[in-house]
Write a protein that binds this ligand. Structure first.
Ligand SMILES: C[S@@+](CC[C@H](N)C(=O)[O-])C[C@H]1O[C@@H](n2cnc3c(N)ncnc32)[C@H](O)[C@@H]1O
Length: 290
């Protein structure tokens, strides 16, 4: 599987999930994926041809990896971000609902709002019966991104979130700052600080550059003061951040880091002992609003 994936990556230039050949194959495989998910009890997950927009195509068939990552997100939100059944939660860059679906097993009186810039994934969330039944809300952000929304009208670095001050207990992002440059990240952090309630927490996954820039299958050789890039010609493909930058930007809005980052296994280090290994490999950082 590993070598055939590398062969496929070499053959296909650009973003894998957008390639017409890949899209056609995924659509053909969707019904089989649905049957497997039905027997695994994960029929509520979106179609594989939609899931890959959030996850990439590797190991996505059958949905096990998607399901396990969702459960992992729910667990770290409880353990590290103080998520409670009655929390009001905002997820920025919710994709096709990987975390939202897992949260339906835990959130009770609380509310969930998801936002994304990519229409196909967001519409899949809006149509999902489990998410609809729970009253989860999904808002589209019409923001430009070369990979995810080339027709977007707004700039992430100027985007104003349409929610009142102090309206959320938990705000989280999984694999989103990894696709954003500092101007945009600084704006989102300022808005997150505004929207968090005192004592509320922001959890996000990223590549923390302080702990090393070389990983298994990915490296960040293009070094800038606050961040490093995987590719210079396509910066938003993958971005890693230094903690001094994140601490400074969160500090401006009275948010303090709750502790050292939880280092994920993308550098080939053993993942955090207390969490079972999943294929989700990024580092985890948490800030709390004072
Ligand atoms: C790798 S996917 C992860 C999706 C989801 N968080 C998950 O873990 O399943 C990255 C997501 O971030 C979204 N995204 C990219 N740039 C964004 C931005 N500036 N604001 C909000 N979402 C963004 C993309 O549309 C995409 O859904």
């Amino acid at each position: 599987m590993g070598s055939s994936f590398i062969w496929l990556r070499r053959m296909i230039k650009g973003v894998t999930w957008k390639h017409p050949l890949i899209v056609a194959v995924l659509i053909i495989l969707d019904p089989l994926d649905a049957v497997i998910r039905f027997f695994r009890g994960t029929g509520r997950l979106p179609r594989m041809s939609v899931r890959v927009r959030s996850t990439g195509i590797r190991n996505e068939f059958g949905g096990r990896q998607y399901h396990e990552a969702g459960q992992f997100f729910c667990r770290i939100l409880k353990d590290l971000a103080g998520l409670r059944p009655e929390s009001d939660v905002l997820e920025i860059g919710c994709g096709s609902g990987r975390a939202a679906l897992a949260l339906t097993d835990f959130l009770d009186r609380g509310t969930y709002t998801g936002m994304d810039i990519e229409t196909v994934s967001l519409n899949a969330c809006r149509r999902n019966r489990t998410l609809k039944r729970r009253g989860y809300r999904f808002d589209l952000m019409d923001i430009y991104s070369e990979e995810y929304n080339p027709g977007g009208r707004l700039k992430a670095e100027e985007y104003a979130f349409d929610y009142p001050d102090a309206s959320f207990d938990v705000i989280f992002m999984t694999s989103v700052f990894t696709h954003m440059l500092p101007g945009a990240v600084s704006n989102y952090i300022a808005e997150i600080g505004r929207m968090l309630r005192p004592g509320g927490r922001c959890l996000f996954t990223t590549f923390v550059m302080d702990a090393g820039t070389e990983g298994y299958g990915i490296a960040f050789p293009y070094n800038h003061v606050d961040y490093c890039l995987f590719q210079e010609h396509f910066p938003e493909k993958a971005v890693g951040y230094f903690l001094h930058y994140l601490d400074r930007e969160f500090g401006r809005v009275w948010c303090r880091r709750t502790g050292d980052p939880v280092l994920g296994p993308w550098r080939d280090v053993e993942t955090v002992i207390e969490y079972p290994k999943t294929d989700f490999a990024q580092d985890i950082v948490v800030y709390e609003k004072g």
